[in-house]
Write a protein that binds this ligand. Sequence first.
Ligand SMILES: C[S@@+](CC[C@H](N)C(=O)[O-])C[C@H]1O[C@@H](n2cnc3c(N)ncnc32)[C@H](O)[C@@H]1O
Length: 490
Amino acid sequence: MRKHRSGRSSDRHSNPAPLIGLPVTKNDEVVIDIVGMNHDGDGVGRVEGYTLFVRGALPGESVLVKVLKTKKQYGYAKLLNIIVQSPDRIEVPYSIKDQYGGCQLQHMDYNAQLIWKRQLVINNLVRIGKLDVLDEQVSGEAAEQGIKVHDTIGMDNPWRYRNKAQVPIGESDGELVAGFYARGSHRIIDMDVCLIQHETIDQILNLVKTIGRKLGITAYNEETGQGLLRHVVVKVAFRTGEIMVVLVTNGAKIPNVDTWIAEITKSMPAVTSICQNINTKQTNVIFGDKTNVLWGNEVIYDYIGDVKFAISARSFYQVNPVQTEVLYRKTLDYAGLTGAETVIDAYCGIGTISLFLAQHAKKVYGVEIVPEAIEDARANAKLNGMTNVEFEVGASEDVIPRWKEQGITPDVIVVDPPRKGCDPRLLETILTMQPERVVYVSCNPSTLARDLRVLEDGGYRTVEVQPVDMFPHTVHVECVVRIYREDVTN
Ligand SMILES: C[S@@+](CC[C@H](N)C(=O)[O-])C[C@H]1O[C@@H](n2cnc3c(N)ncnc32)[C@H](O)[C@@H]1O
């Protein structure tokens, strides 16, 4: 232990603070027990009380690790060897597993992933929201106390679920490659197979690479701003089978464009739309402002339930259509609609939830901050012949108070905010509007817990929480929450 001799009081400010000795330093190799998993999916272990995060390690394992980096309170270590293995560990199906950071839980049994996601939600509700969660171990009267957090609804087949890929194009050894950025860098690693996206997307990406290589197409270089092909975006409508291919280019001219079209349509007859998006800006934003149809239609169509959606090159659409339907059915269930209700859908995006609910409500008002999304929402309402929905562009926290002034009195308010959660002014407005029911759709359990606390303090009661696994093998979890005004019994 290093001893520190205190100096004269006048030296206090010129002397550096005494170093606190950490039990490990960079490059040390230690064996640790993994006692938990953090929200990034990294295993958590301790050396003499000092926390180390270990990517790829699972709770219950004993592992040999090498320390990569130390900070005052915690450090990071690399997994070298598993000494005692968790029964939840599975063989990773990717050959590229070590380089890709996107599927953080791919080494964990799927059922264990679902259990972990539910526990993550509970931990947030308890720690951040200071909420009582129903304890299943308790029976009798006490068992009635608290919020019911259901088991996570997972997928029957948790692979091949994504309907969209946005893949950067690069060059490796003079050859065109398409894949993903290596973890923590902008180096593109070539990828032939991604098991979480629809198989057709793999086929199209490989086809685009083959055509590009044959035609000598150059890949865009982020540093120099030179080269033509930046990204390839592929969208597949699961229900109709229609496919869109978007070539994002650094310039208007695509050499041999007829060959591109002929080769894509010959090999992939399900493709109904080939578009070009032009992005000449030196930025890592994928899309530029201008999109041209090179061949076929401007949009592809898909359904969520009975509602039809037109999807253009740039429009947002949920990426897991199977679980989206599960999520929206739960939202509909928690909204408790009979056909007589007025509903507000805050943060409505392209109006997917609004239109889904409008089939069962008297009137739905949707609000969203992105003008293009509201254009899509209105077009989709028209496409489905729905006249009982109205959309407005703006921030929910500005628009909904105005609606209140205009005398709109919702029975149900649905919120589906981005990760940062609801704006405090929106929560205040909900409390003054006093709808009977609130349904909170959340992609971030910590901001959900924070916002539920505000609603609880304002006279609302969180009844049940349904976690839904929209993104298997990643750390993300979506929740739908049933919330009642205190005086409402069911
Ligand atoms: C999680 S998405 C939900 C989209 C939609 N409900 C759906 O299911 O597809 C959140 C949406 O909120 C929008 N948004 C972000 N801040 C907003 C705000 N202050 N007011 C209204 N919309 C906002 C985003 O543009 C995004 O479309």
